[in-house]
Ligand binder design. Structure first.
Ligand SMILES: NC(=O)c1ccc[n+]([C@@H]2O[C@H](COP(=O)([O-])OP(=O)(O)OC[C@H]3O[C@@H](n4cnc5c(N)ncnc54)[C@H](OP(=O)(O)O)[C@@H]3O)[C@@H](O)[C@H]2O)c1
Length: 286
């Protein structure tokens, strides 16, 4: 099966494509090839294509604080242009030949007041990134296309040069540098190979709708740092504590608990990993 991706060179898409390429013929469309989702004409390659059954849309402005800075420009800002208008353009391009669409979304569409969110819980984002991603979800849902919306949280991966929070923590601790772990923020980090596996199963089963692909256990950044130190044999004394208020002062609002309940996808037989299991795999294969 042939699959198009957009944004497939980013943190999420690069690892998922690497896994999916064992089974699917994956072609990425990138800005370096002239494909810019904010420019509908550049998406003619999608609308004129009949060979690719699915399109996986990873592309986004995923920098939460960068998006927040765009908020005062509203719909003219880059976050809206890429995360909302860009999704509209991709959806329209997919409609021509009825391509099936996977849209990658985020736990930040939820308010974060209680956690354990299911696919049926209502969207109520609290920062501009979350607002724009939630708008993107609505566009996909009302598109009439065969779609999957896959919500992930704080994705991590092998230490392969792409920046993610697990690597950032590991990197400091392994150099003997201190870190401050937030104690009042909770989320379910996604092991990216789980996302790839989930996509494979969902595509094979012809599934539709929204699915959560979070990690098995909800953790604070402080707990995450502790697990990294334990698994890699690093000094736990380097890990101090902080709060969201202190750490994110002057930055975008970060909710308390956006943990995803991923039972729906587990009920399809998909095994998800806890952070500790993901870290063990990284350690064994690095
Ligand atoms: N990272 C996270 O913590 C996180 C958490 C939850 C959900 N997500 C979601 O996961 C998806 C992937 O995120 P990521 O972390 O992989 O982001 P990333 O590393 O920043 O990569 C984003 C990709 O989007 C592409 N892109 C941006 N603007 C574009 C445009 N106008 N036209 C075409 N391509 C464009 C970039 O292409 P270039 O290479 O040309 O720059 C890049 O390949 C996003 O939908 C994000 O919302 C991410």
């Amino acid at each position: 099966m042939n699959i198009f991706t957009i944004g497939g060179n980013g943190l999420v898409g690069s690892r998922v494509s690497e896994v999916l390429k064992n089974k699917y013929n994956v072609t990425n469309l990138s800005r370096t090839d002239g494909v810019d989702i904010t420019n509908p004409q550049s998406l003619n390659i999608i609308s004129s294509d009949k060979d690719h059954e699915w399109l996986i849309h990873y592309a986004a402005k995923a920098d939460v604080d960068g998006c927040e800075r765009d908020k005062e420009q509203g719909e003219n800002g880059e976050a809206w242009q890429i995360n909302v208008n860009g999704v509209k353009n991709v959806v329209n391009a997919c409609k021509t030949n009825n391509k099936k669409l996977i849209y990658i979304s985020t736990d930040l569409v939820f308010p974060g007041d209680r956690g354990n969110y299911t696919e049926d819980d209502i969207r109520e984002p609290k920062n501009w990134y979350g607002v724009t991603k939630a708008e993107g979800e609505k566009i996909v849902e009302s598109s009439g296309l065969h779609y999957l919306i896959l919500r992930i949280a704080f994705p991590y991966n092998f230490f392969n040069g792409k920046k993610h929070f697990v690597f950032a923590m590991y990197n400091r601790l392994s150099q003997g540098l201190s870190i401050k772990g937030i104690t009042d923020e909770v989320f379910t980090p996604t092991w990216l190979d789980d996302l790839a596996h989930a996509m494979d199963v969902l595509i094979s089963q012809g599934a539709k709708g929204i699915f959560h692909v979070g990690g098995l256990k909800a953790l604070t950044p402080y707990q995450i740092a502790g697990q990294i130190a334990e698994v890699f044999g690093l000094d736990k004394n380097l890990i101090g504590t902080t709060t969201r208020e202190e750490y994110f002062a002057g930055m975008a609002y970060r909710p308390f608990d956006t943990s995803l309940n991923s039972s729906k996808i587990q009920n399809l037989g998909i095994k998800l990993h806890s952070l500790r299991e993901g870290l063990q795999i990284i350690k064994e294969k690095t």
